[in-house]
Design a protein around this ligand. Structure first.
Ligand code: RAT
Ligand code: ZN
Length: 435
């Protein structure tokens, strides 16, 4: 025992600042993560899996940044092949400019973790490295480097490429879990109604008659096939509840009854303004301050349904924390998309710890390309470690030192346990006996 610790029943208490911070960093750096929202796919989905340097560089976050510094028109960029686009992004953001933005630094973190040149003039070495990798062992290595035990996908029941896998006989890699994405049904009811009619479901555009029952029948089939951990939707900044639109009817008459019947949580991702600049394609979405009250009303009216919620606007974060204090069926999660930057992650996480203790999900990666797991989690772990250490230091000043076991318990809760409990997943086997 060093002078920095005093013994207690839960292990030594960390009473010295530097030792406390060192241990917090170690624990948070190693805590296994249940990544509860990504756009990755299990290996069985074949071509839907994105990996490698060209995919990393053409990530829509970096495409938007490239247009700010490169002399290229939208038309000529979109006419380029993927590797030409990647070359342009690399030259613009990594060679001609310093890659200090979060998304650009992310690529540096990934290259560095594989021992590749982070300041190369071109992509020859990186391309050769990724070409040589065996897909299965590379997946294992990436999950290991990222410290991710479980990955939740985003699964669209209307996507024909996904459907072929779900409808096949084979199972899905056990490290991957489904999330049933409802954007089609809730944000494009007319298009979805037509797609359902084409599949033989008796629905109409006015959401009347048999429609609700038929959409529930469609969802029941997909829930049976996918076994999702939750249903999810991204919503615009002007989302309201109640509202006199098809979306609200489908939420009330289809989604909420389905959530109750299948004990499935409903994840609300609120505040995206799709297609603010359509010429940027997937990079063209923006953000707007949304109404947290709409989510509060859903929680109040549906006490038996568990909601997950994340808001895209920084301005909504404090209100979301206050709402979560009022509604035990509301679990805030992650620092989404434009908020996934160290300065904002730290601010939001501090706010959440101060208002909610450790009763939230600290982060999700939103990774679209496999290797992004490495940087998204490395960077987020750093933020959480700093913020947690600050909280423990303040606690120490107030007269209560934490033990390493307590730090481990908190990190496990924030990265894994809160989400697992919400979606009814058993704790990981090795830690079961510890709880
Ligand atoms: O973060 C992203 O990659 C966004 O494009 C969106 O996919 C967002 O996360 C979403 O799930 O709608
Ligand atoms: Zn996403």
């Amino acid at each position: 025992m060093t002078s920095s610790v005093i013994e207690s029943r839960g292990g030594p208490r960390l009473t010295e600042r530097e030792e406390l911070r060192r241990q917090v960093s170690e624990v948070v750096g190693a805590a296994p993560v249940f990544d509860m929202h990504t756009h990755l796919f299990a290996p069985e989905f074949g071509g839907l899996n994105l990996s490698g340097i060209d995919e990393l560089l053409t990530y829509h976050y970096l495409v938007a940044e490239t247009f700010r510094s490169a002399e290229v028109s939208y038309e000529s960029f979109w006419r380029m092949s993927k590797s030409e686009q990647a070359d342009l992004v690399w030259r613009t953001l990594f060679v001609e400019h310093t890659p200090v933005s979060e998304a650009a630094r992310g690529v540096v973190t990934v290259l560095d973790s594989f021992g590749l040149d982070t300041a190369a003039e071109d992509l020859k070495e990186a391309r050769a490295f990724f070409r040589e990798q065996d897909a299965a062992s590379h997946l294992g290595r990436v999950l290991e480097l990222a410290g991710v035990s479980d990955v939740v996908m985003t699964n669209d029941p209307f996507d024909a490429r996904e459907a072929r896998v779900w409808e096949g006989d084979g199972g899905i890699d056990r490290r991957f879990h489904a999330a049933l994405r409802m954007d089609g049904l809730l944000n494009d009811w007319e298009g979805s109604a037509a797609a359902l009619q084409a599949r033989g479901y008796e629905v109409d555009r006015g959401v009347s008659g048999k429609t609700a029952g038929e959409v529930r029948r469609f969802l029941d089939v997909w829930i049976e096939r996918m076994r999702p951990l939750y249903m999810a939707v991204s919503l615009p900044d002007d989302f309201e509840h109640p509202a006199a639109d098809a979306r609200d009817r489908v939420i009330r008459e289809v989604v909420l009854p389905t959530a109750r019947a299948h004990h499935l949580p409903f994840a609300l991702m609120v505040g995206v303004r799709r297609g603010v600049n359509p010429a940027l394609r997937a990079a063209g979405d923006g953000v707007g301050r949304a109404s947290v009250r709409a989510v509060e009303r859903l929680c109040a009216e549906n006490a038996g349904v568990r909601f997950l919620a994340t808001f895209l606007s920084r301005e909504n974060q404090h209100e979301l924390c206050v709402s979560a204090r009022k509604f035990p069926n509301l679990l805030p999660f992650g620092c989404w998309w434009f908020l996934n930057n160290p300065s904002i992650i730290k601010e939001i996480t501090r706010e959440r710890l101060e208002l909610l203790g450790t009763s939230f999900v600290a982060q999700h990666s939103d990774a679209r390309v496999l290797e992004q797991l490495i940087y998204k989690w490395k960077h987020s772990r750093r933020c959480l470690a700093d913020v947690l250490a600050d909280s423990y230091e303040r606690l120490l000043e107030s007269g209560r030192a934490v033990t390493r076991a307590e730090v481990e318990r908190d990190a496990a809760r924030l990265f894994d346990g809160n989400f697992r409990a919400w979606v009814g997943q058993a704790p990981p086997a090795e830690s079961r006996s510890n709880r």
